[in-house]
Design a protein. Structure first.
Length: 86
């Protein structure tokens, strides 16, 4: 299983789909954002923006690998990694 860094997934998601990636349950000042009740994990990742077929909103994922698989970012990240090696 491939490992992904938050910054590379965030960049690929923004450049390829125009979506944002946030760490779940935090705001820019590090406080809990209050949008999730106790039935939701305060960890994980949120993909946010104009989601194809779902309108504007967010989807929560537990791992970066789930974000990459769901948004079909494997090839985008591999291309970015190979360019940085050259």
């Amino acid at each position: 299983m491939a490992r992904y860094r938050f910054d590379e997934v965030q960049r690929a998601l923004r450049e390829h789909w125009g979506l944002a990636l946030y760490r779940g349950g935090e705001t820019s000042d590090g406080e809990h954002d209050g949008r999730w009740d106790v039935t939701h994990s305060r960890t994980g990742f949120v993909v946010y923006g104009a989601l194809p077929g779902r309108g504007h909103g967010g989807i929560r994922y537990e791992t970066l690998s789930q974000v990459v698989a769901s948004c079909d970012l494997e090839r985008v990240i591999e291309r970015t990694r190979s360019r940085s090696k050259d």
